[in-house]
Ligand binder design. Structure first.
Ligand SMILES: NC(=O)c1ccc[n+]([C@@H]2O[C@H](COP(=O)([O-])OP(=O)(O)OC[C@H]3O[C@@H](n4cnc5c(N)ncnc54)[C@H](OP(=O)(O)O)[C@@H]3O)[C@@H](O)[C@H]2O)c1
Length: 294
């Protein structure tokens, strides 16, 4: 690693915090981009440098990549609010970071996207700006890696919270499969991607070590909690109807509901990697230990 400096854009987010920590533990110097540095508090010890700037405002980014060897970006919009748009964040904020990297002569850029986004984007427009950024990254001449994790453990926590209230909630038959991944394992994939030549100029779609059906995840939560559960199979149509109803007023809410609906009506299984098990994460949520994430 030779004391290389890695810029983490997105270090204030769930995935980015865990990437920053994995890089720090891997011996890299971490420069974190934050629009509000207070949001770095959980991983402040992993960050050697903090650059305060807003990725959506290029004028605040001068010097961002000076002295940087590798850029990692997990900047991405995950909001039901109507602003900002995915174009502003997923496409243009990432382009602004890329532009800084090109100016500073950085040679390597690792980007975190979503598993199967290319297959889904025709019916899920909210995914398109991010895929447009990926195309621009590939055309940039930099050495690139696109990482495509499946759903991370934080998304599975919702299923666990329903189980705490005695409900197993699944959409449809609940038999689509997913291998959720711990964010620390995503961080480790980023660390590996820096040096592993098979991940250079390549995409990698992955998930955690254990594959479940969605109904199986609800049942896992029930077993960890050791309580009775009423299983409820919800139809997809209310999600479709809600997405259509809010669309004219709030494109983000409509877009993310559509994404949620599409991701739940197909398998979301990537190459299994990692050391962290959903069962242990659920045990930690039940109060028996540490989730191991930041
Ligand atoms: N979590 C998952 O289950 C999962 C699974 C697979 C892929 N992914 C993808 O991985 C990426 C990161 O996910 P995450 O869970 O880490 O999301 P997150 O916690 O919401 O973090 C998003 C990051 O993007 C930044 N960002 C968002 N809007 C911004 C804006 N307007 N200007 C500047 N920065 C902005 C955030 O900065 P602030 O902290 O300042 O808002 C934060 O650093 C997303 O593209 C997501 O789709 C997530």
């Amino acid at each position: 690693m030779d004391g290389k400096t890695v810029l983490v854009a997105g270090a204030t987010g769930y995935i980015g915090r865990n990437i920053a920590w994995a890089l720090h533990e891997g011996g890299y110097r971490v420069r974190a981009l934050a629009r509000d540095p207070r949001r770095l508090a959980p991983v402040r010890d992993a960050c050697d440098e903090v650059f305060t700037g807003e990725a959506t405002r290029p004028g605040t980014l001068d010097g961002l990549c000076d002295g940087v060897d590798v850029i990692v970006s997990s900047i991405g919009l995950r909001t039901l609010r109507s602003r900002p748009t995915p174009e502003a964040v997923d496409l243009h904020a990432n382009l602004n970071v890329l532009e800084q990297g090109l100016r500073a002569g950085v040679r390597r850029f690792i980007f975190v996207s979503v598993l199967h986004a290319v297959d889904m984007m025709e019916s899920v427009p909210v995914l398109r700006p991010r895929e447009e950024f990926i195309q621009r990254l590939k055309d940039s001449g930099l050495n690139w890696t696109v990482l495509r994790p499946t759903g991370a453990f934080n998304d599975m926590a919702e299923i666990f919270r329903f189980a705490q209230r005695g409900w197993g909630i699944v959409f449809g038959h609940g038999q689509y499969r997913i291998n959720p991944v711990h964010p620390a394992d995503i961080g480790q994939v980023v660390v590996n991607a820096i040096t592993d030549p098979s991940l250079h100029n390549a995409e990698f779609g992955f998930g955690g070590p254990d594959t479940y059906t969605v109904a199986g995840i609800a049942d896992l939560a029930r077993r960890v909690l050791d309580r009775r559960q009423r299983m409820l199979h919800l139809p997809y149509w209310p999600v479709d109807a809600l997405a259509a109803a809010v669309g004219p007023f709030n494109r983000n809410a409509s877009g993310f509901l559509t994404f949620f609906r599409r991701a739940l009506s197909r398998d979301m299984v990537g190459v299994p990697i990692g050391q962290h098990h959903l069962q242990d994460y659920f045990r930690a949520l039940a109060g028996d230990g540490d989730t191991g994430s930041f």
